[in-house]
Structures are given as C-alpha cells and as structure tokens.
Design a protein around this ligand. Structure first.
Ligand SMILES: CCCCC/C=C\C/C=C\C/C=C/C(=O)SCCNC(=O)CCNC(=O)[C@H](O)C(C)(C)COP(=O)(O)OP(=O)(O)OC[C@H]1O[C@@H](n2cnc3c(N)ncnc32)[C@H](O)[C@@H]1OP(=O)(O)O
Length: 283
C-alpha cells in the first residue's frame, strides 16, 4: 500500500481500502484529490460544478481521511478545485424523493465524516476558496482554522431558508465556533455571511485577497498548528469538541431516524422541490 509520504510530490493518491458500503476506488478518487506536500496533505474536493455532498462525495472524503490518518499524515488543508465554490453543502437531490436505503446510507455516512473530521488527530485548515453554505460551512467548521478568500462568496448555515433545520450536531459545531448568541440568531435567519462579516463574528479566522496568498497563508497556518506537540494540541481541541462528539456517537441511530422522518415529510419534500426548481431556473 502506498503511503502519503512515499508518493511523488503532488501526485494524486488512489483510494485503497475496500468496504462493501463504500464506492469503487475509481469513482471515489475522481471526487477528491490528495496531494502530498512536505509533512502534510492538500485535500481538494473536485466534484464539479459545486462540490455538492452526495453519498459518494461524503464517502470519498471519509475514505481520504482514513487513508491519511493510516499513513500518519499530521495535517491537512481542505480546499476545493471548483472555481468560486468551496462546497454547496449537502446534495439536495439526495434528500429529495429518496429511497429509504439511500437516505439512510447518506445520513449515516455524513455522521461518520463529521465524527472523523471534527475529532481528527490531524491538524486541519480549511482554505475556503468560494461559497460554503450549510454542509459546506459545516465541513469548514470541522477544521481547526479557516482561511477564506475575500470577495463575493458567502458562508453560513442557511438551512431554514430551505425549510429544513440544522441538526443538533451542526448547531453544536456552530456554537463551538461562533458562540451561542450569534448561532441562535444566524440559525433562525439562515444567515449567509460575506467574508468580512464571517471574520467579524469569528466564523473564519483570516481573509486573503487572492489564491496565491491563500495557499501561502494556509500553509503557514497549518505549520503553526503542527509546531505544537501533537498530543497536547489534540487533547486541547477535544476539550472543546468532545461533548458534541460524544453526544452524536451515543445517539446516531436516533439522529438518523429523526433526519429520515423529517426529510420524508410532505412539507420538507415540497420545500426541497421548490428550492431545486429555483436553482435550476437561475440557469
Ligand atoms: C427537527 C429535526 C431535524 C432533523 C434534521 C433534518 C434535516 C436537516 C438536514 C440537512 C441539513 C442540510 C444541509 C445542507 O447542506 S442543505 C444544502 C444547502 N445548500 C445550498 O443552499 C446551496 C445551494 N446552491 C447555491 O446557492 C448555488 O448553487 C451556489 C453554491 C452559490 C453556486 O452558485 P452558482 O451560480 O455558481 O451555481 P448554480 O447555482 O448554477 O449551480 C450549479 C448546479 O449545481 C446545482 N446545485 C447547487 N447547489 C446544489 C446542492 N446543494 N445540491 C445539489 N445540487 C446543487 C444547481 O442546481 C445547478 O444544477 P444544474 O443542473 O442547473 O446545472
């Protein structure tokens, strides 16, 4: 098995682990690109056009983290290869008129990805080079630091605008990032923030004017985290995150049932259908 450190610089890593529920190696590796750098890896989402988090995309990200941790990778920069978009969040088509089996797999895989990334021993920096609504914002918040490209992109948990509710663990992640009051307001309003606004409320840590600067700043940020003794850094992170992680770990089944029942209600299905239409009408 190839290790992250043994492959040629910038070479794309294949996904190697087999699992009955996981997609094939070929389909997973086309969605996420892993590039080895000196002592860390860049994880680029490349599901065109908007990095929507479909079941396959979620599993590809999960599989990437498994491989990286197995290969003793110490840190990652999570970013996007899709111009102007970090991630459009959960793939709405997964929740609209789904089959029971697929919907179950979809949510369960998302729970797994969140537990992996939010609780990762690796140092994690999100380089948010475009829009990051809902699930896209969640991915970024799972990281230890967020660098956002300044410009017209928006970030936030906009679920209520779709007529859905951010689950408790989305809320916990939000609260741990920006605090209770800002979360309460932004969750209700489904607020999407400009980079300047996101910086002001602590949703992102630094803004950068262009991609060249962004890469350098993200690398410097990751190195700062990696200079701290790994165990001390990880356990300190867990002091903040462990309650939320324990909560979902202990209630996965109930959370899954709640999501599935909620997603299948007529009101939610109608709302998602209208939202998909409004996205399609734009084009
Ligand atoms: C009380 C009980 C609680 C239980 C919990 C229950 C439910 C909660 C469940 C889940 C939480 C949900 C989390 C989410 O992440 S929902 C998704 C939210 N995302 C969005 O709202 C973003 C929507 N997209 C956009 O705003 C824009 O696309 C963009 C990201 C700003 C990019 O704009 P741009 O103009 O560049 O692209 P287009 O809009 O033209 O899009 C191109 C293409 O992509 C399709 N698309 C966009 N976003 C999604 C998506 N999230 N899922 C699927 N498809 C998407 C879009 O329709 C276009 O498709 P086309 O075929 O027309 O080319």
């Amino acid at each position: 098995m190839m290790s992250v450190t043994s492959i040629a610089r910038n070479k794309v890593l294949p996904f190697l682990r087999k699992s009955t529920k996981m997609q094939s190696t070929a389909s997973l590796s086309s969605l996420v690109k892993l590039e080895e750098k000196q002592g860390y890896a860049v994880v680029s989402m490349q599901k065109t056009p908007v990095n929507s988090l479909s079941l396959e995309m979620i599993q590809a990200l999960s599989q990437s983290l498994i491989e990286l941790e197995k290969n003793k990778c110490k840190g990652i920069i999570l970013t996007s290869a899709c111009p102007g978009i970090f991630s459009a969040g959960l793939d709405i088509r997964e929740m609209y008129q789904p089959t029971d089996d697929r919907l179950n797999q979809f949510w369960s895989s998302l729970q797994t990805l969140w537990l992996q990334l939010y609780g990762s021993k690796m140092a994690t920096v999100a380089l948010i080079n475009g829009h990051a609504p809902a699930g896209g914002c969640l991915l970024a918040m799972c990281c230890d630091s967020r660098i956002m490209l300044n410009g017209k992109s928006k970030i936030g948990l906009n679920e209520t605008k779709l007529g859905i509710v951010a689950p408790s663990w989305f809320k916990d992640t939000f609260v741990n990032t920006i605090g209770v009051r800002q979360s309460e307001r932004a969750l209700q309003l489904g607020s999407l923030f400009s980079p300047e606004e996101a910086l002001k409320i602590g949703l992102v840590d630094k803004l950068v004017p262009d991609m060249e600067t962004a890469t350098a700043v993200a690398e410097a940020e990751l190195k700062e985290f990696l200079q701290i003794p790994g165990m001390a850094r990880y356990l300190s992170k867990m002091k903040i995150r462990e309650a939320a992680i324990k909560d979902l770990s202990e209630t996965r089944e109930a959370d899954l049932n709640q999501f599935v029942n909620f997603a299948k209600t007529d009101a939610v299905q109608k709302g998602l259908g209208l939202y998909l239409q409004s996205l399609a009408k734009k084009n």
